[in-house]
Design a protein around this ligand. Structure first.
Ligand code: NDP
Length: 445
């Protein structure tokens, strides 16, 4: 396989899918050498089947808003690969959702799920519906209309959706309720469910906590202690908040948070009391970060991301894709940032990634660092299958051990001659090998 030729062909076939092409390009370039060690892969043209999703469902979702108007959104489910387990991946509700974004997320999910060592294939779905500003009843009616089509394509052993941007416990509960109604079955067809109907303890915390556990592993390779370190976090949703929570409990200083309207800068670090306030504002009232800044008399920067506006030792982007560009990366490096651990999926542009790696800082791509969420989703599936619930301690211990394992795999496949660990290469090669070997064994399906 020649990566250059393969990627040129993919660009010709999918010219309007920049995020998908960006994600594929990164992986294909970093696995080229390993792939070519296995002539059998090339004989089966495995790379094409690895990069192009198994199937994509697209459908219209019509629902009625509180004023009685009929509204229409698009609905999608991208089932990328199920070589190592049932399709698995979140649902995103955001006005920006399109096929390119969901294809990139489903592709990434396939490698991430492989890294977790659990039996899960890769998928992603969603809609250009935005829950922001909608009433609970509107969100419920939308979720029901969405699942009225989605339910045909999912199931506990087929495809198991979960949350993502715009989809939290409320949305998963509405979707699960309607799925149960349509199928007349109570099965673990969704993860991220409420605790009293099959959800797992530590699932809400898992992505943020898992990212911090991964970061601790990276810091340990250089003998660095997290206590007292200044950490810039972006976002203020599920991933960002639980990242901040764990960082504060370890004595680190969270110096920023953000949402899609702007950033708050916290020069002395978020206190536990401030964390409790922002957590309540975001989760109970679905409030804005500008409100938190005003309440706490902190600097609010409308329309800006944190990276150029605060000095930090560590960056943990936890909002969305491509939120750190080349100039943001330069600003971070100039400010002394020595570690980046991604809570969001593909938050750094290729230019930013190249700058981090060239500067030899600790840099963990999302598919390794944020795999804690889907890992605990996998543990939720295991508990559902056994009709058991594990304690928070049991789940947290398993989460730590999975994040440690992912780190070990990255070091194994990503260590370079000078001792630098290229976590991008490590994660891509480790994730790829397991899926590719399973596909090879199963023949052309
Ligand atoms: P949430 O919806 O809970 O929070 C998303 C946060 O990011 C909000 O603060 C939101 O601001 C902000 N945001 C969303 N879109 C943009 C944008 N275009 N520009 C700037 N800010 C934006 O989502 P999650 O916390 O669940 O997800 C965050 C990231 O983590 C995503 O990349 C997701 O794919 C990834 N991830 C999530 C996992 C999970 O378990 N939830 C697992 C693994 C990865 P606003 O409120 O203004 O929209």
């Amino acid at each position: 396989m020649k990566a250059v030729e393969f990627l040129a062909d993919l660009r010709r076939r999918f010219p309007n899918e920049p995020e998908y092409l960006q994600a594929v390009e990164e992986v294909v370039n970093s696995i080229e050498e390993e792939y070519n060690k296995y002539p059998a892969f090339e004989n089966l043209n495995l790379i094409e089947r690895l990069c192009i999703p198994d199937q994509i469902y697209t459908f219209r979702v019509s629902w009625v808003d509180d004023k009685g108007r009929v509204r229409t959104n698009m609905g999608y489910r991208v089932q990328h690969n199920n070589a190592i387990g049932p399709y698995k991946g979140g649902i995103r509700f955001h006005s920006s959702v399109n096929i390119s974004i969901l294809k990139f997320l489903a592709f990434e999910q396939t490698f991430k799920n492989s890294l977790t060592t659990l039996a899960m294939g890769g998928a992603k779905g969603g809609s250009d519906f935005s829950p922001r500003g909608k009433s609970d009843m509107e969100v419920m009616r939308f979720c029901q209309a969405f699942v009225t089509e989605l339910y045909r394509h999912i199931g506990a052993d087929t495809d198991v959706p979960a949350g993502d941007i715009g989809v939290g416990g409320r949305e998963v509960a509405y979707m699960f309720g309607w799925y149960k109604k349509m199928t007349r079955e109570f099965t673990g067809a969704f993860t991220g469910k409420g605790l009293n109907f099959g959800g797992s303890l530590v699932r809400p915390e898992a992505t943020g906590y898992g990212n911090v556990y991964f970061l601790l592993n990276m810091l340990a390779t250089r003998g660095i202690d997290i206590a007292g370190k200044r950490v810039a976090v972006s976002g203020s949703g599920n991933v960002a908040l639980y990242t901040a929570d764990k960082l504060i409990s370890l004595g680190a200083k969270v110096v920023s948070l953000s949402d899609s309207s702007g950033s708050v800068i916290i020069p002395d670090g978020l206190t536990r009391e401030q964390f409790d306030k922002v957590f309540e504002l975001k989760t109970a009232y679905r409030g804005r970060i500008s409100q938190f800044a005003e309440d706490e008399n902190l600097t609010y920067l409308p329309g800006q991301r944190p990276w150029k506006n605060v000095k930090c030792d560590i960056a943990m982007p936890s909002a969305t894709q491509n939120e750190i560009d080349g100039s943001d990366a330069e600003a971070l490096l100039d400010g002394g940032c020595f570690a980046v651990s991604e809570g969001a999926n593909m938050p750094s542009t290729p230019e930013a990634v190249a700058k981090f790696i060239n500067a030899r800082i600790l840099y963990a791509p999302g598919k390794a660092a944020n795999a804690g969420g889907v890992s605990v989703s996998g543990l939720e599936m295991a508990q559902n299958a056994q009709k058991l619930s594990w304690t928070a301690e049991e789940v947290d211990t398993k989460l730590r051990s999975i994040m440690n394992d992912i780190h070990t795999q990255c070091v194994k496949y990503g260590s370079e001659d000078d001792g630098y660990v290229n976590y991008v290469k490590g994660a891509n090669v480790a994730g790829f090998l397991k899926v590719a070997k399973a596909m090879h064994a199963q023949g052309i399906v």
